[in-house]
Write a protein that binds this ligand. Sequence first.
Ligand code: HEC
Length: 396
Amino acid sequence: MTFEWAAWANLAIRWLHLTAGIAWIGSSFYFMWLDSHLKPPAKPPAGVAGELWSVHSGGFYHQMKFMVAPPGMPDELHWFKWEAYTTWISGVLLLALIFYVGADVNLIDASKAALTTWQAIGIGAGSLAVGWLVYDALCRSPIGQNLRVFGIVWFLVLTAAAYGLTRIFSDLGAVMHLGAIIGTVMVANVFLIIIPNQRKVVAQVLAGQAPDPALGKQAKQRSVHNNYMTLPVLFVMISNHYPMVISGPLNWLWLAGLSLAGISIRHFFNLKNAGQIRADFLLLGALAFVTVAVLAETTKPPPPAAVPVPPFAEVRALIDRHCVMCHSAEPTHKGVTAPPNGVILDTDEGLTKNAAKVYERAVASRSMPLNNETHITQAERASLGAWIKAGARVSP
Ligand code: HEC
C-alpha cells in the first residue's frame, strides 16, 4: 500500500484555502456594501461620517463610520486581516504542492519550453513577486491617481502576463500562476498598505495627533482595486474545471474576456449599491461573456473527420501508449502517484466507464494526453473518437 500523503495534503489545504477565501471575500463585500449604504446621521456625534441600521441574526445593528478616526481609541478594536493572510498562505502551499513538488507533471510543458524543474519554479515564484512590484509601482505613479486609466493599464499588464505564462507553462500551470499573481497583489495590498496605514492612524490618534488623511486615501485606493479584482480572481481559480477556457492557444484571450465580464458586473453592483442603476454595465458583462463563449466555440479545432470504427485491439493499444502511464492504478509516469481524478484506463472496464470523459478530453477539447507529451496524432484522436461514438464496445 502506498500512502497518498500528497492527495490528503491537497484536500486539507484546498479546503482551508476555499474557506479562508470565502471569509475574506465575504467580509470585504460586506464592508463595501456597508460603505455605500452609510447615511450621514441627523445629529452626528464627533467624527461620525455615516451610520446605518440593519437587522440580522435576531437583533438590530447600529453601525457608525468615523472618518478618519474616532476621537479616542476603543479598548478593543477588530481588525480584518487573517482571512486574507490565511487565503494567501494556504494558496501558496497549494501552488507549491501541485506545481512545484509536481513541476514535472503539472507545470512544465516541454512542447512549449524545455525548462528544468528549478527554472520553472523560479519563473513561477518570481512572477508573483514581479507582479506585485509592477502593480505597486503603477499605483504610486501618476497613473495610479486615475482609477479608470489605472484599471486599463493594469488589465493590459495582466493580459500580457497571461499571454507570456501560457507560452512557457502548461495551460493549467500558467492559468493558476495568473490567479496567484492577482491574489498575491490583493493580499499584499492588505499586508503592506492597508493594515500598516490603519496601524499608523491608530498610533496617531493614541498619540493625540490628527490622523493623516493621505493614509486613509491610499488604503481606499488599494481596497477599491481589490474589489474589482475579486470576480476575476475567483473565476481564474475555478477555470481549471473548464478545459474549453484554459486549453488551446487562445486561452489567454478567453481569460481576459471573462475577467472583463467580471469587472463589468462588479462595477454594476458597486454603482447599484451607491443608488445608481446602470444596466449598461450588466449588459456589457453579459456581452463579454457571450462573446467569449461564441468565439471559443467557433475557433476550436474542428471535430475529427469521420473515420471507420477501429477494432478494439487498436483502441487498447492506443490508450496503452498514450494514457496508462498516468491513468492506471499504479502509474509509472514520473511524479504521478495516483490515477489523476481517479480515472483508470488500463482496464477495459475503466475505459468504457470513462468513455464520455475520454471523448471530451482526448478528442473534443484535446487537453489530454497532458501537454500532449506522447505526441498523439490527429488520426489517432479521430480513431478513438469513432470508437467511442460507435458505443465504446469491447467486442471480441
Ligand atoms: C502525463 C500524465 C497524463 C497522461 C499521459 C494523460 N493524462 Fe489524463 N489527466 C492527467 C491529469 C494530471 C489530470 C487531472 C488534471 C486535469 O483534469 O486536467 C487528467 C485528467 C484526465 C481526465 C479528466 C477526468 C475528469 O474527472 O474530468 C480525463 C478524462 C483524462 N485525463 C483522460 C486521458 C486520456 C484519454 C489520456 C490519453 C489519451 C490521458 N488522459 C493521458 C494526466 C495525464
